[in-house]
Design a protein around this ligand. Sequence first.
Ligand SMILES: [Mg+2]
Length: 402
Amino acid sequence: MKIADCRVIVTCPGRNFVTLKIETDEGVTGIGDATLNGRELAVATYLTEHVVPALTGRDPARIEDTWQYLYKGAYWRRGPVTMSAIAAVDMALWDIKGKVAGLPVYQLLGGRSRDGVTVYGHANAETVDEVLTEVDRYVQLGYRAVRVQTGVPGLATTYGVSKDRLFYEPADAAVASEATWDTASYLAHTPGVFARVRDAFGPGLKLLHDVHHRLTPIEAARLGKSLEPYALTWMEDPVPAELQQGFRLIRQHTTTPVAVGEVFNTVWDCQQLITEQLIDYVRTTVVHAGGITHLRRIFDLAALYQVRSGSHGATDLSPVSMAAALHVDLAIPNFGLQEYMRHTEETDAVFPHGYRFENGYLHPGEQPGLGVDIDEEAAARYPYRPKALPVNRLVDGTLHDW
Ligand SMILES: [Mg+2]
């Protein structure tokens, strides 16, 4: 079997997605996600100009060799554009291998280690009273874990708080919108939110919170300490993670578990975080970190150090990535949690898929391969629209982390 043809499909059914479709000379096809929120066309061009020409004629069964060829062969290693492009190829090749074998991909990864993949949803609202209603909505839907975000008094907008509750999409304008941030107000407000939520829902519900890289290590340590009475499952992205040793300071001061990694591209971005046990969950995604092949390598390293997976699963990943993530989640021994934001009806129609939500768990389904497809006619009805993520400034105008 040989790779006969590849094409890059860009579509915007509510938000932009980049998909690679690989066709073989024997008629078996595979698809992979290459979506990089706000920088979609950079990956689409990388694939079209630099990857697709090298794939034609290759044996699709050689997944590891193709991964090494694209990683080492580029000379320029790592980075979100390169690693998202490699991820798309890797996912598509696993999809083909599963279809050829007649098995869902999780069976090729060693079979299932659990009955279902525990997911968490996003409860968000401007006020604490409103967020209690939102948490309850997820509890009624069957969720066992909920991320809680509220507005901060005095700030016009806050990360993670949306108008459209189930379908939050921050990349909402062609030119980046600007938000304002004030750390002191946030630190004063947040513990009270979790006091109310924990009091209302009791100890059984897993609660999570995303700091979105906005604090310094000592501020994050203070937040973690103030949240200890409410037993969070994790505090996410407390500080920007370029400085891995910065997490030592957080660790020295709080027992609130730490999760990080949605912007990581390779194992080298979290090698110190994992081997020094500075985090509890690594949130790297299948699309931004080189696909199933490399994500499993990261999670295998993490398993040695009692660090669990907590994969990013926002709507900026297409259903192709969600399916690929679920196969990995089901198979690995050190699964923690999987983020699950629901896609819009339009997106689900463009990407018909076999995974399903049931009783707080996602299941990847039993279709051979990834169990997800792209309806190219439907995709063509939604042309690309430029969308940028917001930027963030302190009240004095200083550019801050968004
Ligand atoms: Mg996050």
